[in-house]
Design a protein around this ligand. Sequence first.
Ligand SMILES: Cc1ncc(C[n+]2csc(CCOP(=O)(O)OP(=O)(O)O)c2C)c(N)n1
Ligand SMILES: [Mg+2]
Length: 771
Amino acid sequence: MLKPVATDIESLKILDERLRWLSAWTIHHANHLREHADGLKVGGHQASCASMTAIMAALYFHALGPSDRVAVKPHAGPVLHAIHYLLGSQSREALENFRGFGGAQSYPSRTKDKIPVDFSTGSVGLGVAITLFASLIQDYLTAHGWMDEADRGRFVALIGDAELDEGNIYEAIIEGAKHDVRNLWWIIDYNRQSLDATSADRMFERFDEIFQSCGWRVIELRYGKKLSAVLAEHPTLKAWFEQLSNAELSALHYQGGAAWRKLLDGEFGKDAAEFLAQYDDDALAALFTDLGGHCMETLIEAFDAAQNDVPTLFIAWTIKGFGLPFAGHKDNHAGLMNPTQMAALREAMNVREGEEWEKLEGVAGNARPGVEALIERSRVARDKRARAFGSIAIPEIPAPAGDEQSTQAAFGRILLDLSKAGGELADRIVTTSPDVTVSTNLGAWVNQRGLFRRSEIADVFAKEKIASAQKWGANNNGQHIELGIAESNLFLMLAAAGLSGDLFFRRLFPIGTLYDPFIARGLDALNYACYQDARFLLVATPSGITLGPEGGAHQSINPPLIALGQPGLRHYEPAYADELAAMMEHAFRLIDDPNGESTYLRLSTRSITQVERADDSWREGALAGGYWLREPGDNAEAAIVAMGAVMPEALAAWEELSADIAGLGLLAVTSPDLLHRGWTKAQASRWHGAREPSHIEQLLSRLSRNAGLVTLADAAPASLSWIGGVLGQRVAPLGVEKFGQTGSLADLYAAYRLDGAAITEAAAELLLQNG
Ligand SMILES: Cc1ncc(C[n+]2csc(CCOP(=O)(O)OP(=O)(O)O)c2C)c(N)n1
Ligand SMILES: [Mg+2]
């Protein structure tokens, strides 16, 4: 970690003001000056920005080193843009087009913004927690020798106080404590206001204890230097000040000096007279708004003093809307200054009309060199960092042998074989699981590659020679990061590991496993990972009612629909082990391809008879989303369209019905997601180039236009039923629409209509309609 450079507090204070001005002006311009044809409110958060300009000036122009990474609270996005504008890495056009198409994004976005954004934010709480997982990944990379210790950075989260209500933050710090996380600074912009109003008071006395018990150092920056000195001299005033509620304090900040005077006069009468006589109303307001998060000296001192790697929580007291006319007002979250208020601010900031975008407008001549030097000296990256892709050779992944296999067991075998064969890909794989490592078949891989911990943990059972199939010792060479049961943490870990090529210039191949129904537990974190274009392989197993005796609480229904609607994540659902091997190989390529994406494999514990393959022609179709497992006759009147673990039922029904339905085909769908994407893309391409029929159109065009399709999936039937819309063919959709329950497969498939009888009935229904 680099030592912070000595700096000029006065210049930093000027930069604080510049950031307040530029962020407010950017939002004002977008709302009041830019043309809007659609009449939609543009929005922006001037108050949320003003509350942390001092903190951000202190960081970006003083404390941050080149390897440090920051997650900026979503509503302070314009401050980050203003910083990069001053640094020369953001354009005036992008600021003028704030919240416009192609302009600076409302909330910092890694992928959409042109400036370097370390972590996207928007869904509160997630940006905070990902910094912790990124720090663990940094430790992982240095432990494995892929990153120099000297290049290690600190991970900073700038947090709105209301974000602390998000439970994922506590899940993360608990996990962090287990892994001895370090190099974190979490800085709370403690303005005691959320979106709706002022925050509840009581919990805040607890946050320091919660963090401390997870091993954090907590530093409260309550007062600025001026106020701190005055309160030290007047203990009664201090005690009175500290018992004010959040709402009272905010109201006073809004009302200003006269209100403070009246209240103090009423409270202390004669005793306050001498004190009050020293201040006019403005000075009184300035005194009481001198909170730690606005006092540059306090911030710099605190940051300079916290240079070791102990994870540190700074509680920086601030005022929401500091320096703006609605400072402290409980309704100011989305408040916008009107043109008159903005003009007054402009004048107060010495900004000439027409010169609003001038970077250092209003900064007096003799102050300029100091400010310019600070901007020049800032050590943060000015340019977007290149992403590391394409460096790892992906070997062919053969299918594991065996006539009867489940996709889940095959997954374990494939990883084990990869591990034994060794090579760069195997070394770069990092696996992680929220306490379902063994039950998702990662066990053999972990036995080979070991658990990762910075400090060695002995396998007590092995030492005591107690028989166990699973080795559970950990050291810093291990390649499996075991997590507690918190699926949100799994996805944040995958997000951080999946950004390793971007954050640390070393691509990892992260694989996360969990039970399919519990994807829903971490859904927003999964979406967050995809939004940032993190690359990983998600293996969800077991899935569906095919889980039989495990019962309804563990039987997933809708994840294929989730995947159908999730950008950045490709769903594959193999029936056979050879399909799975092809998909895993492809998923690894997609991780390491600039135009790739993440992959979600939905697997099953059902062991099924593998199919004989005449050749490899199925493979391309399987990777594209589907292939004819049993070819249809030309213009056939019907087909069975099936996915995943219920393929044996589909095959048996095909055998039985083929005698009666000439040319009956069996289409094995491996990815409804890819088929749907291809379909819509082909339609759009008609208008933007040549119209190529999509994969699903090509497959279905083998059938008659009036053909009937029986679709079958151990999932919500809508996963496949849409296929009828592609060429206007009729569909009888079979799938699971009610919660599952315990039972044998025969019982359940009969009850939920996934068996041969149901397929026959559905086919008959379609053929009857034909007649
Ligand atoms: C998960 C999620 N829920 C709700 C919101 C809507 N929202 C945006 S900001 C906000 C309140 C933020 O208050 P705080 O974190 O204290 O920020 P500040 O006061 O600094 O604006 C809410 C509820 C969101 N962005 N994300
Ligand atoms: Mg707040």
